[in-house]
Design a protein around this ligand. Structure first.
Ligand SMILES: Cc1cc2nc3c(=O)[nH]c(=O)nc-3n(C[C@H](O)[C@H](O)[C@H](O)COP(=O)(O)O)c2cc1C
Length: 153
Protein backbone atom coordinates (compact mmCIF):
# COMPACT_ATOMS: atom_id res chain seq x y z
CA UNK A 1 0.00 0.00 0.00
CA UNK A 2 1.19 3.50 -0.77
CA UNK A 3 2.11 5.64 2.21
CA UNK A 4 0.22 8.81 3.09
CA UNK A 5 1.22 11.08 5.95
CA UNK A 6 -1.28 13.47 7.57
CA UNK A 7 0.35 16.15 9.71
CA UNK A 8 -1.25 18.70 12.02
CA UNK A 9 -0.32 21.21 14.70
CA UNK A 10 -3.54 21.00 16.64
CA UNK A 11 -3.91 22.98 19.88
CA UNK A 12 -7.62 22.51 20.59
CA UNK A 13 -8.04 19.19 18.79
CA UNK A 14 -10.08 20.44 15.83
CA UNK A 15 -7.54 19.74 13.10
CA UNK A 16 -6.48 16.54 14.83
CA UNK A 17 -10.05 15.23 14.78
CA UNK A 18 -10.47 15.98 11.07
CA UNK A 19 -7.05 14.47 10.34
CA UNK A 20 -8.29 11.26 11.97
CA UNK A 21 -11.53 11.36 9.97
CA UNK A 22 -9.56 11.70 6.72
CA UNK A 23 -7.26 8.87 7.78
CA UNK A 24 -10.26 6.66 8.52
CA UNK A 25 -11.66 7.42 5.06
CA UNK A 26 -8.39 6.60 3.29
CA UNK A 27 -7.08 3.66 5.30
CA UNK A 28 -8.67 0.95 3.13
CA UNK A 29 -6.59 2.03 0.15
CA UNK A 30 -3.49 3.56 1.76
CA UNK A 31 -1.10 3.06 4.62
CA UNK A 32 -1.96 6.24 6.54
CA UNK A 33 -0.06 7.78 9.46
CA UNK A 34 -1.31 10.77 11.42
CA UNK A 35 0.70 12.81 13.90
CA UNK A 36 1.32 16.23 15.33
CA UNK A 37 4.41 18.10 14.19
CA UNK A 38 5.20 18.37 17.89
CA UNK A 39 5.88 14.61 18.01
CA UNK A 40 7.69 14.06 14.73
CA UNK A 41 10.51 15.55 12.70
CA UNK A 42 10.67 16.16 8.94
CA UNK A 43 13.22 13.33 8.84
CA UNK A 44 10.62 10.89 10.27
CA UNK A 45 8.43 11.62 7.28
CA UNK A 46 11.26 11.68 4.75
CA UNK A 47 12.43 8.20 5.71
CA UNK A 48 9.01 6.74 4.79
CA UNK A 49 9.30 8.22 1.27
CA UNK A 50 5.55 8.97 1.33
CA UNK A 51 3.50 9.00 -1.85
CA UNK A 52 1.06 11.49 -0.35
CA UNK A 53 1.00 14.22 2.27
CA UNK A 54 -2.02 15.99 3.77
CA UNK A 55 -1.39 19.11 5.81
CA UNK A 56 -3.84 20.43 8.41
CA UNK A 57 -3.60 24.19 8.63
CA UNK A 58 -5.09 25.94 11.65
CA UNK A 59 -5.88 29.59 11.07
CA UNK A 60 -4.18 31.88 13.55
CA UNK A 61 -4.38 35.69 13.46
CA UNK A 62 -5.93 35.78 9.97
CA UNK A 63 -3.33 33.54 8.39
CA UNK A 64 -1.99 29.99 8.03
CA UNK A 65 -0.25 28.70 11.16
CA UNK A 66 3.42 29.65 10.86
CA UNK A 67 4.66 26.56 12.71
CA UNK A 68 3.25 24.10 10.18
CA UNK A 69 4.56 26.28 7.34
CA UNK A 70 8.02 26.17 8.91
CA UNK A 71 7.77 22.38 9.31
CA UNK A 72 6.79 22.09 5.63
CA UNK A 73 9.80 24.18 4.62
CA UNK A 74 12.08 21.97 6.70
CA UNK A 75 10.49 18.90 5.13
CA UNK A 76 11.69 20.22 1.78
CA UNK A 77 15.26 20.05 3.07
CA UNK A 78 14.84 16.53 4.48
CA UNK A 79 13.02 14.87 1.56
CA UNK A 80 15.11 12.91 -0.93
CA UNK A 81 12.29 11.40 -3.03
CA UNK A 82 9.66 14.00 -4.08
CA UNK A 83 6.15 13.54 -2.69
CA UNK A 84 3.77 12.81 -5.59
CA UNK A 85 0.55 14.18 -4.11
CA UNK A 86 0.02 16.91 -1.55
CA UNK A 87 -3.27 18.26 -0.22
CA UNK A 88 -4.24 20.54 2.63
CA UNK A 89 -7.24 21.52 4.69
CA UNK A 90 -7.99 24.23 7.18
CA UNK A 91 -9.94 24.77 10.38
CA UNK A 92 -11.03 28.23 11.46
CA UNK A 93 -13.58 29.96 13.66
CA UNK A 94 -14.38 33.18 11.79
CA UNK A 95 -16.10 33.54 8.42
CA UNK A 96 -13.85 31.98 5.77
CA UNK A 97 -11.61 34.29 3.77
CA UNK A 98 -9.47 32.94 0.93
CA UNK A 99 -6.49 34.94 2.16
CA UNK A 100 -6.40 32.86 5.37
CA UNK A 101 -4.75 30.05 3.39
CA UNK A 102 -2.50 32.21 1.18
CA UNK A 103 0.58 31.58 3.34
CA UNK A 104 0.35 27.80 3.04
CA UNK A 105 -0.26 28.04 -0.72
CA UNK A 106 2.87 30.18 -1.03
CA UNK A 107 4.92 27.68 1.00
CA UNK A 108 3.79 24.81 -1.25
CA UNK A 109 4.58 26.76 -4.41
CA UNK A 110 8.08 27.52 -3.13
CA UNK A 111 9.23 24.09 -2.05
CA UNK A 112 10.71 21.60 -4.48
CA UNK A 113 9.77 18.28 -2.90
CA UNK A 114 6.18 18.30 -4.15
CA UNK A 115 5.07 17.01 -7.54
CA UNK A 116 1.36 17.88 -7.49
CA UNK A 117 -0.81 19.92 -5.13
CA UNK A 118 -4.54 19.13 -4.96
CA UNK A 119 -6.37 22.08 -6.57
CA UNK A 120 -9.20 21.72 -4.07
CA UNK A 121 -8.94 22.21 -0.33
CA UNK A 122 -11.29 21.74 2.58
CA UNK A 123 -12.11 24.45 5.10
CA UNK A 124 -14.12 23.62 8.19
CA UNK A 125 -15.61 26.30 10.39
CA UNK A 126 -15.72 25.79 14.14
CA UNK A 127 -18.39 27.19 16.42
CA UNK A 128 -15.59 28.69 18.52
CA UNK A 129 -11.81 28.27 18.89
CA UNK A 130 -12.25 25.00 20.78
CA UNK A 131 -14.87 23.57 18.42
CA UNK A 132 -17.01 21.72 17.74
CA UNK A 133 -17.43 22.11 14.00
CA UNK A 134 -20.53 23.82 12.64
CA UNK A 135 -23.42 21.73 11.35
CA UNK A 136 -22.81 20.18 7.98
CA UNK A 137 -19.08 19.74 8.51
CA UNK A 138 -19.19 15.94 8.39
CA UNK A 139 -20.77 15.99 4.92
CA UNK A 140 -18.05 18.39 3.73
CA UNK A 141 -15.37 16.14 5.18
CA UNK A 142 -16.87 13.07 3.46
CA UNK A 143 -16.89 14.98 0.17
CA UNK A 144 -13.25 15.90 0.64
CA UNK A 145 -12.39 12.24 1.27
CA UNK A 146 -13.88 11.45 -2.18
CA UNK A 147 -11.87 14.31 -3.69
CA UNK A 148 -8.71 12.97 -2.06
CA UNK A 149 -9.36 9.42 -3.29
CA UNK A 150 -9.65 10.70 -6.84
CA UNK A 151 -6.61 13.00 -6.49
CA UNK A 152 -4.40 10.38 -4.83
CA UNK A 153 -5.00 7.79 -7.60
C1 LIG B 1 -4.74 32.51 19.06
C2 LIG B 1 -5.81 32.12 18.09
C3 LIG B 1 -6.02 32.91 16.97
C4 LIG B 1 -7.02 32.57 16.05
N1 LIG B 1 -7.21 33.35 14.94
C5 LIG B 1 -8.18 33.02 14.06
C6 LIG B 1 -8.41 33.83 12.90
O1 LIG B 1 -7.75 34.83 12.65
N2 LIG B 1 -9.40 33.45 12.04
C7 LIG B 1 -10.17 32.33 12.27
O2 LIG B 1 -11.05 32.04 11.46
N3 LIG B 1 -9.96 31.56 13.36
C8 LIG B 1 -8.99 31.87 14.24
N4 LIG B 1 -8.78 31.06 15.33
C9 LIG B 1 -9.56 29.85 15.50
C10 LIG B 1 -8.78 28.60 15.05
O3 LIG B 1 -8.41 28.68 13.71
C11 LIG B 1 -9.63 27.36 15.24
O4 LIG B 1 -10.01 27.27 16.57
C12 LIG B 1 -8.92 26.11 14.79
O5 LIG B 1 -9.88 25.11 14.58
C13 LIG B 1 -7.92 25.63 15.81
O6 LIG B 1 -7.42 24.40 15.39
P1 LIG B 1 -6.97 23.30 16.44
O7 LIG B 1 -8.16 22.95 17.28
O8 LIG B 1 -6.53 22.16 15.61
O9 LIG B 1 -5.87 23.88 17.23
C14 LIG B 1 -7.82 31.42 16.27
C15 LIG B 1 -7.58 30.62 17.40
C16 LIG B 1 -6.60 30.95 18.30
C17 LIG B 1 -6.40 30.10 19.51
Amino acid sequence: MKKIWIIHNSMHGNSEKISQQLAEGLKDSYDVSVDSIKNISPEDIAKDEPYGLIIAVRIVAFGSDKEIRKFTNNLDKAITKPISKVAYFSTHALGWKKFFIKGMKKTLEKIGCVEEVCPEYLEVKMQGPEGPAVEGADAKIENFISTLKEFMK
